[in-house]
Design a protein around this ligand. Structure first.
Ligand SMILES: [Zn+2]
Length: 289
């Protein structure tokens, strides 16, 4: 598993965790980009899949622990794990433990969206029942996204798993936002539709430093060019508009970016030249554990 990475951002402390890796169809990840181009950026395996990371972010803000995303669902079992190249257990739980953070220490979970590869540890099995993994956390999500997760259609059904959503909804653990919201001082969520309607990115700002958690708006650093929009996106032209809006904001505000699915080095910064947008790697320290 990738080591835990650590960085301070003004008054925030942040740890980029890993919930292991996920293998997805390479063509689907790059949309209309032909294979000879994308295969230079991400090497496909014999099933044409490419390796993706799963990078939940742990924040300490004062005495609070906040978790951005909860990793990928492993509850469906062996066949599902093989399909996506998943390890049987959650590196995310092991890494929290290494940091001395217990599930009950998490007071807030922020969801970019509720696809199964972003909220899989919302629930776990205990004595034959699905229970919240983070028993004291409120779970923030866009109202639209909770609705869509509970009412999927033919095109979105494979992306949602009710086991990750319904038990929390029944217990009233979701806190719904509509549009932009400041959840704690300097911790913002902002809608970024396109991948689906209800996705949001997370932004942090403290003492003049800024970081954005990209969700699936730009999941991998090598997907930075505006054209590199996945076929998974339900509304690709809306993705393009969202990308243009956030790229110009992130470039102007000198945001650090934390990519939700980058399998290598998870932080970067945008740059722009005559060919368009590019991204550069931002070094990060291994956390002391
Ligand atoms: Zn994803």
């Amino acid at each position: 598993m990738r080591p835990i990475l650590y960085r301070r951002l003004g008054l925030f402390e942040l740890w980029v965790l890993s919930d292991g890796e996920l293998w997805l169809d390479g063509g689907s990840m790059f949309g209309i980009v032909p294979r000879p181009l994308w295969a230079k950026l991400a090497t496909p395996d014999e099933q044409n899949r490419i390796r993706l990371g799963l990078n939940p972010l742990l924040l300490r803000i004062g005495e609070r622990y906040v978790l951005i995303e909860t990793g990928i669902d492993r509850k469906p079992g062996e066949k599902f794990r093989q399909l996506y190249g998943l390890s049987p257990t959650h590196p995310l739980l092991a890494q929290l433990r290494l940091l001395g953070v217990e599930p009950e220490d998490i007071s807030l979970v922020v969801h970019t969206h509720l696809h199964f590869d972003h909220c899989g540890l919302n629930t776990c099995w205990a004595e034959g029942r699905l229970v919240p993994t983070f028993p004291k956390a409120r779970h923030v999500v866009q109202k639209q996204e909770l609705h869509d997760a509970l009412h999927p259609h033919e095109r979105s059904r494979a992306s949602y798993r009710v086991e990750n959503v319904e038990p929390l909804a029944e217990q009233g653990r979701f806190e719904l936002v509509e549009g932009e919201a400041e959840l704690l001082p300097g911790l913002w969520v902002r809608p970024a539709p396109g991948h689906n309607l209800g996705m949001q990115v997370v932004e942090l700002e403290s003492e003049g430093q800024r970081l954005a958690y990209t969700a699936d708006l730009v999941a991998l650093r090598c997907q930075t060019p505006l054209l590199y929009i996945p076929a998974f996106d339900l509304y690709p032209m809306t993705s393009l508009e969202s990308r243009k809006r956030f790229y110009s904001r992130w470039l102007e505000g000198d945001f650090l970016l934390c990519y939700a699915h980058e399998p290598g080095h998870p932080l970067g910064r945008l740059a722009q030249d005559e060919r368009g947008y590019t991204a550069v790697i931002e070094p990060l320290e291994n956390a002391e554990v």
